[in-house]
Design a protein. Structure first.
Length: 97
């Protein structure tokens, strides 16, 4: 009983490493919210096979495999071109050529 109370008293932050849905109950398919890579969640409770987390005002159960104890960077949306190897843009007739 004391161990259970200690788990409730010590919440820990984790980050989502794999996109996942939060389930309302451990054995139910009712989704209470979605988690994206890089989201910060509060671990509320751990049992032998699932973790109860809170993200904002949403609570749900997820597999411990989707969580990381260290911060995970959210993937870029692909809008930036900095990671691409593109040849320089050459336009004919520009001053200075």
């Amino acid at each position: 009983m004391i161990l259970f109370l200690l788990q409730l008293a010590v919440a820990e932050d984790n980050w989502v490493a794999t996109e996942s849905d939060m389930k309302r109950w451990p054995d139910a398919e009712i989704v209470t919210g979605s988690l994206a890579v890089g989201d910060k969640v509060e671990v509320v409770f751990r049992d032998s096979r699932l973790v109860r987390v809170r993200k904002g005002s949403d609570f749900g159960w997820v597999s411990p495999a989707v969580l990381s104890p260290s911060e995970v960077a959210a993937p870029s949306d692909g809008a930036g071109l900095s990671g691409l190897s593109l040849p320089p843009l050459e336009l004919p007739g520009l001053p200075g050529e």
